[in-house]
Each structure stands twice: as structure tokens, then as C-alpha cells.
Design a protein around this ligand. Structure first.
Ligand code: IPE
Ligand code: MG
Length: 223
């Protein structure tokens, strides 16, 4: 979800207005995904590298995310039977945001509908390092010297039990993944949209879904 800042600057507004508009766009994206029958929707909301931004912007974004969770997402999850899952270094978040995250975490626990995954303080590289350490610790405890398999790595990632993304959609004009799910996206179809995230329209996802349906995925095989 890239381009919030540019969207605001282009209108002579404060960057935080762009993030607020970005939160509104998330609601539309959830609605479109649900209509399309998408089972898992992952949202890259805040990366570990986003902590390099000025404090005012970081805390502004956190405030917007907390309000979004409390006022919009938790009621929506309850009303629509969605499941919610957070990935990323949640300990890096301030206590008040962490409180809203904990509340949101339990909101959809017994639900069975679309799973919404929110990446907060997320870094794919940090996730891989954490998985290595987790595997190492278990192996030392069990004096286990057997070769590590990809399945074991997969089970040690924050996305354990979740399917790999079929497609990744990036807004904002750049064609890069910026540390988003590096291992999980090796076979994902990549879509880069030349528009800013707050300008999201449900039609975008419908078009991408149509294109996706027509793609033949071989996973290295033929046909
Ligand atoms: C993406 O929009 C939202 C977050 C990183 C939280 P940006 O803030 O990166 O917007 P641009 O790229 O500066 O326009
Ligand atoms: Mg950006």
C-alpha cells in the first residue's frame, strides 16, 4: 500500500492526511476482496524500515492504525465473520497500539470467513533470521543434527499455516517488494499499479483478479 504521502502532498495536505485516506482505501480493498471470494488478504501496513521515518509521522500512522482497528476493523470482523492475524515485530510497537492489536487479535478467533493478515513492524529478512534462531534453539535442545528442510523453515515463519500469496499487488508506481514476504512470494504473480494507494478502486482488484484467472501457473513444470 504505497503512495499515501505523495497523494497528500499532491493536494497540499499533511502526509498524515494521506495515511488517513489510505485507511479508507483499506476498507474498500477488504470489501472488494470479500466480494471476489479471496480467502486470504495480506496488508503491508508498516515495515520495520518505516521506523526510519520522523517520529511525528510514525506516531501519526500508529494513531491512525489504532483508530482504524478499534473503530472500523474490529466491528467489521465481528459483523462479517472475518479472521484476523498480525505478523511482524509486534514488540516494536508502542503499548497503546499493541493494546488495540491484542483486542483485534481475539475479535475473529472463532470466525471462519476471509482471513485478513496485517503486517506491522514487519521485515522479511528479520523474519528469516528469527526462523533460523527458532530452528537452532530447537535443534540444540533436541541434539538434532538432521538437515533442515524448507518445510521446517516454512513452519518457523510468522506465516506458518498460511498459504503462500497467489498474487502481490503494489500501488505507488515502484516495482519492488520492499522486504515483504520474501520466501512466501517466490511463485506469486506480481502486479504493480501506477496509482497511489488512496486512489484504490474496487475495479482495480476486479481487473487483477480477471488477469490472474487467465495466467497459467506451472511451478517449473510444463502445461
Ligand atoms: C505507504 O505510503 C504507507 C506506509 C508506509 C505506512 P508512503 O508513506 O510510503 O507514501 P509515499 O511513498 O511517500 O508517497
Ligand atoms: Mg512509499
Amino acid at each position: 500500500m504505497d503512495g499515501n504521502g505523495r497523494w497528500a502532498e499532491g493536494r497540499g495536505l499533511d502526509r498524515l492526511s494521506g495515511h488517513a485516506a489510505g485507511a479508507e482505501a483499506v476498507l474498500k480493498a477488504i470489501e472488494a476482496s470479500s466480494e471476489l471470494g479471496i480467502e486470504y488478504l495480506s496488508l503491508y501496513a508498516f515495515s520495520l524500515d518505516n521506523f526510519k521515518r520522523p517520529k511525528r509521522e510514525i506516531f501519526g500512522i500508529f494513531g491512525i492504525i489504532a483508530d482504524f482497528l478499534e473503530e472500523k476493523l474490529i466491528p467489521l470482523v465481528k459483523a462479517k465473520n472475518y479472521r484476523l492475524r498480525f505478523i511482524g515485530d509486534l514488540q516494536s510497537l508502542p503499548p497503546d497500539l499493541l493494546g488495540s492489536v491484542s483486542k483485534a487479535n481475539v475479535a475473529g478467533l472463532n470466525n471462519s470467513g476471509m482471513t485478513i493478515i496485517i503486517a506491522l513492524g514487519y521485515s522479511g529478512r528479520a523474519e528469516i533470521a528469527a526462523a533460523f534462531n527458532y530452528i537452532l534453539e530447537r535443534r540444540v535442545l533436541d541434539s538434532d543434527m538432521s538437515p533442515v528442510t524448507y518445510e521446517e523453515i516454512e513452519r518457523s515463519l510468522s506465516t506458518a499455516m498460511l498459504p503462500d500469496p497467489d498474487a502481490v499487488v503494489r500501488y505507488g508506481g515502484y516495482q519492488r517488494l520492499s522486504d515483504f514476504l520474501p520466501l512466501q512470494t517466490v511463485y506469486s504473480e506480481l502486479f504493480f499499479l501506477d496509482k497511489l494507494w488512496p486512489d484504490f478502486e474496487k475495479r482495480d482488484l476486479y481487473e487483477i483478479s480477471g488477469k490472474f484467472e487467465r495466467i497459467r501457473r506451472n511451478y517449473g513444470n510444463i502445461n
